[in-house]
Design a protein around this ligand. Structure first.
Ligand code: NAP
Length: 266
């Protein structure tokens, strides 16, 4: 029996177990995906314990994505982003990876976004925003990062190639000739509000929202009304899981089975 899982606090509402277990069923893999909720003070012993017990892989979520860097060997991308969301226990030492970045890219590709040479606007510079900023830049886009706390946008832009930092008031100007817009703030999750003025949206944009609950956020609704192509947050969630599963098992993930399982829980 292989054991994979998710470590975070809280993890009670995670959508990852059904998505991963649908993949194990499809692949005929005898495996389980379990959620773990240690106290912050116990993070190191939780990682060491998982390794000692033979757990094969862990996803990592809030509030541990940054702190866990200390207890694993992060790859270059996880180091640059400053966060790990996937631990692989398959080698001599646990290694840390960030599949949010590749997940965002694969979601954008699925929505037919062409990122090489694109002008991308990223709203938000928190954990998800950092991963998406590096992903967009590494795929060849120029990235304008707009954040409520403008200094955080400038700090992130200084670390990301071909990026600039802005306050939210710059969004209409930035979007006027942009090709791609990604929301990586939590705005739209609890209330029917959008982080972007509806009048700044247009038909030449591909718009992705990292928020996946609700699936159709106000931003995506208004983007569709403006004629833009829209990509909901479940695609990024799906593909970060696909990337983790492929790393852990070495098998091609059954993407459609995972997508069906994920969407049936949303
Ligand atoms: P985080 O690190 O706490 O960052 C939150 C971001 O939202 C910051 O940029 C923050 O700006 C901004 N923000 C919060 N409230 C705001 C408001 N009222 N107005 C404007 N900006 C506001 O959170 P995170 O981990 O990056 O997650 C952000 C969102 O992405 C969440 O909804 C999360 O569920 C989603 N997410 C989705 C996936 C996926 O796979 N689809 C993966 C990861 C995260 P300040 O810097 O000014 O505070």
């Amino acid at each position: 029996m292989h054991v994979f899982g998710l470590i975070g606090n809280p993890v009670g509402h995670s959508l990852s177990p059904p998505m991963h277990e649908a993949a194990y069923d499809e692949l005929g893999l005898e495996a389980r995906y379990v959620t773990f909720e240690p106290e912050s003070a116990d993070l190191e012993s939780a990682i060491r314990g998982a390794d000692a017990l033979g757990i094969c892989g862990l996803n990592v979520t809030i509030p541990f994505k940054r702190d866990v860097l200390e207890y694993v060997e992060p790859d270059d991308l996880a180091k640059r982003i400053g966060a790990v969301n996937t631990i692989d226990f398959g080698g001599e030492h646990p290694t840390g990876h960030n599949t949010d970045a590749a997940g965002a890219l694969r979601a954008l590709e699925r929505g037919d976004a062409d990122l090489e040479g694109a002008r991308a606007v990223l709203v938000g510079a928190g954990g998800a925003g950092r991963a998406i900023a590096f992903a967009l830049a590494d795929a060849g886009a120029a990235v304008a990062i707009a954040n409520r706390t403008e200094s955080t946008a400038h700090d992130l832009a200084a670390a990301v190639p071909n990026a600039t930092g802005h306050g939210l008031e710059s969004l209409p100007d930035l979007l006027a000739d942009a090709d791609v817009l990604v929301n990586a703030t939590s705005v739209g999750m609890d209330e029917d509000v959008s982080p972007v003025p509806a009048g700044a949206l247009h038909a030449d944009l591909v718009v992705m929202d990292a928020v996946y609950s609700p699936l159709e956020t106000r931003l995506l609704r208004e983007a569709a009304d403006a004629g833009a192509t829209t990509i909901d947050g479940a695609w990024m969630l799906l593909y970060q899981g696909v990337e983790a599963l492929e790393r852990w098992t070495g098998e091609a993930a059954p993407v459609e089975a995972m997508n069906d399982a994920l969407r049936s829980t949303l």
